[in-house]
Design a protein around this ligand. Structure first.
Ligand SMILES: *Cc1c(COP(=O)(O)O)cnc(C)c1O
Length: 397
């Protein structure tokens, strides 16, 4: 193979256990494996996470849910619950029911489609999770009359069962966030509405990796108490941290309390992306390198060619000019800077100081010593987008 991604099952399981220990015994850690496990491969990650104890996995659509089911078939590991987190289309109702996927719903139309699909099977009431829009304006039913109507619909029938209530925080990485406080207050209101509708969800969930990583304002304690008041169990949905990364904790302006990142220091990157050198050449001073010659050799240079580029997810923003340093790759501990433009499937790196590097040698593009955050910083984005963008054959190591 010329380029590939190594996934450390050990690290993935260790990150999961660290999150579970930090969240505490009263809160269940839900493992998000959407976007092909953030680019790590759902086929590899779902069995590892399930074996490590994750009873709930989160995906985007029924196809991803079926990929989880397929990955665990014949594995000897018990099938986890699978929550389909993006709003469903009516035509997805049959697949949800057939594959025992649990949809997130926010309106009566969706529940009616599910009731039609579930009604044709003699299964027990079909479980759904209801998302509450507490202030992100993305998904979910708004708190208030709309929620009342949905809850009344739910209590008036017996085919669909309200198993979970959830919301999502827009600013979970900000310690002392006013936005999170406002969202929390609105979510609390839903609890009164559930009480008056006489419904009994078993799960109450909110937040993401940052909700575990950033304990300021105690969102986890709050969630636990809220769940307890309903005789339900609390759950927090983690994605990024499972794969070894977390957003830096920020502070609200007027916040003076603790803003220490809790899990970040213990997380280890799960993905290592490698490529083999396919060519080595020497160039004289004055040689222009790569598209548009944006980099001119200032001295005699030794260059290595790597068979990866932006089509594989190696961001073009890692390109360099003589005036602007770009990204780098690693040969062992040694850095080899990217020179000139990253092409679609090819990248040139400077190995002038590394005389031992030869055709066939392994370069690390991402992983040990060079992180998705490094790439994100250069590309003006976040680690999430870098990880999701990596396209290479993946293997478990
Ligand atoms: C993606 C997602 C998460 C996980 O977020 P991370 O920041 O990766 O931990 C949690 N909840 C919902 C609804 C999501 O869409």
């Amino acid at each position: 193979m010329k380029t590939w991604v190594e996934i450390s099952g050990q690290r993935l399981a260790a990150n999961y256990r660290l999150l579970a220990a930090t969240a505490g015994a009263e809160t269940t850690v839900f493992a998000v494996v959407k976007a092909d496990a953030y680019g790590h491969g759902v086929d590899l990650c779902a069995p590892v996470l399930s074996a490590a104890g994750a009873g709930w996995l989160g995906v985007t659509d029924p196809d991803e849910g079926m990929a989880v089911r397929a990955a665990l078939q014949n594995s000897g590991i018990e099938q986890p619950r699978v929550l389909v987190m993006s709003e469903m289309l009516d035509e997805e109702a049959d697949e949800m029911v057939e594959h025992h996927l649990t949809p997130v719903v926010s309106n009566i139309r969706q529940m009616e489609s599910l009731a039609r699909a579930a009604g044709q099977r003699p299964s027990s009431p079909f479980p759904i999770h209801l998302e509450i829009d507490t202030g992100m304006a993305r998904q979910g039913v708004p708190v208030g009359d709309a929620l009342d109507t949905v809850l009344r619909w739910l209590s008036s029938q017996s085919v669909i069962r309200l198993e979970g209530m959830m919301t999502h925080f827009a600013s979970a990485e900000i310690a002392g966030s006013h936005q999170t406080s406002a969202q929390r207050r609105l979510f609390e209101q839903t609890i009164h509405q559930i009480h008056s509708a006489g419904l009994q969800p078993a799960w109450i969930h909110a937040g993401n990796s940052s909700t575990v990583d950033n304990p300021a304002g105690e969102p986890l304690h709050w969630l636990e108490q809220l769940a307890r008041s309903l005789n339900a169990r609390a759950m927090v949905r983690t994605g990024l941290a499972l794969y070894g990364y977390s957003l830096p904790v920020e502070r609200e302006q007027d916040y003076a309390g603790d803003a220490q990142s809790l899990v970040q220091p213990g997380l280890e990157p799960v993905m290592t992306w490698k490529a083999r050198v396919t060519g080595v050449r020497e160039v004289e001073a004055g040689t222009r390198i790569g598209y548009n010659g944006t980099f001119t050799a200032q001295r005699h240079m030794r260059l290595a060619l790597l068979p990866v580029g932006y089509a594989d997810g190696l961001r073009r923003e890692l390109s360099s000019t003589n005036g602007r340093a770009g990204g780098w790759v690693l040969f062992g501990q040694a850095r080899a800077p990217i020179v000139g433009r990253v092409s679609m499937n090819l990248t040139i790196v400077d190995i002038t100081g590394l005389p031992a590097v030869a055709v066939g040698d392994e370069a690390v593009l991402l992983g040990e010593g060079i992180t998705a955050e490094d790439h994100a910083h250069l590309a003006g984005t976040i680690a999430y987008e870098i990880l999701c963008g990596v396209r290479a054959v993946r293997c478990l190591r």
